[in-house]
Design a protein around this ligand. Structure first.
Ligand SMILES: C[S@@+](CC[C@H](N)C(=O)[O-])C[C@H]1O[C@@H](n2cnc3c(N)ncnc32)[C@H](O)[C@@H]1O
Length: 287
């Protein structure tokens, strides 16, 4: 299920950025590999609660990066498959699986839009999120891919940045919530230039990224049209990273540390009910 060929240069540029990011993320404090190796969780409590018991289930993680969250599901008892377009990410994920002794995890390298040509199987749970959708030019095509991997009676679960948050100007010093970027999916992506990854680490040479927003209605309707039944759509007042500079960390973390996995961020009290920051969706395939 290839995407529109006009999008390919953007996907190629993003892939170069991801390949370069992987060793930086593996070594970063932000991903806290040492903590994970000690047995700490990388998944958020909300995800674990909303997905429910995965023991003995098969789980496919789309856009799995270097496999930490995938392997967290494995530690919770799932038989996992991770897919990512970055060869560096897949190699690092296999290495991580070996280091923690998870022998039956499988990691596959492919663009997600071509995933059906490399994985010929359906799963009890298909999972993704936390910075996965913004790399997708076409949410409807993605939903068809994801739904195709859900077995009858299984479900898709997504915990993702809210598209309303993604519209907001994040460079303001007056802390005003100002809609600046498109809410809806656009053919032309937003272009960002940033030498720095979203966690700590040295500057990158691939500095440009191309990202798309997808309105909540577009996401939900894409899943319904792909044959899934929506069980819930939860919109959240907390975010898994500091999505605006004036957000406050919910739980105490040492100053200067960037353990993005251990904290939730919220807007100040007077803005807390104004805009959703993340959402989670569970959508099942009728048995
Ligand atoms: C921010 S990570 C999300 C994973 C996880 N939530 C995390 O925070 O580590 C995004 C991942 O999506 C992958 N990705 C981006 N575009 C993709 C595509 N078109 N097909 C497959 N993987 C893709 C990147 O290589 C990267 O590893």
């Amino acid at each position: 299920m290839p995407v529109d060929p006009s999008q390919q240069p953007y996907l190629d540029a993003n892939l170069a950025r991801w390949d370069e990011s992987v060793p930086i993320h593996v070594a970063s404090q932000g991903y806290d590999l040492e903590g994970f190796l000690r047995g700490e969780k990388s998944l958020y409590p909300l995800e674990i609660e909303e997905v429910g018991d995965v023991a003995g289930k098969t789980l496919l993680h789309l856009q799995c990066h270097f496999g930490m969250d995938t392997l967290n599901w494995a530690r919770l008892g799932a038989r996992v498959t991770g897919l990512d377009c970055s060869p560096a990410a897949v190699e690092a994920a296999r290495d991580l699986a070996a280091r923690i002794g998870v022998t039956d995890a499988r990691f596959v390298q492919s663009d997600v839009y071509d995933a059906a040509s490399v994985i010929d199987e359906q799963f009890d749970v298909v999972y993704t999120g936390i910075g996965a959708f913004n790399w997708l030019p076409d949410i409807r095509a993605w939903a068809r891919v994801a739904a195709g991997f859900v077995r009858a009676g299984g479900f898709l679960y997504v915990y993702e940045a809210h598209p309303m948050w993604a519209t907001l100007d994040d460079e303001r010093t007056d802390q005003a919530l100002v809609v600046t970027y498109p809410y809806f999916e656009t053919a032309k992506p937003n272009e960002w230039t940033s030498p720095q990854s979203y966690v700590d680490g040295p500057p990158l040479t691939n500095q440009r990224t191309f990202e798309w927003n997808h309105g909540l209605g577009e996401v939900v309707t894409a899943m319904i049209d792909a044959g899934l039944r929506i069980e819930f759509v939860h919109e959240h007042r907390a975010q898994a990273w500091q999505g605006l500079p004036w957000m406050e960390a919910e739980n105490a973390i040492p100053a200067g540390s960037m353990h993005r996995r251990r904290e939730h961020w919220r807007l100040p009290e007077h803005q807390r009910d104004l805009v959703p920051l993340m959402y989670s969706i569970r959508a099942s395939k009728p048995a």
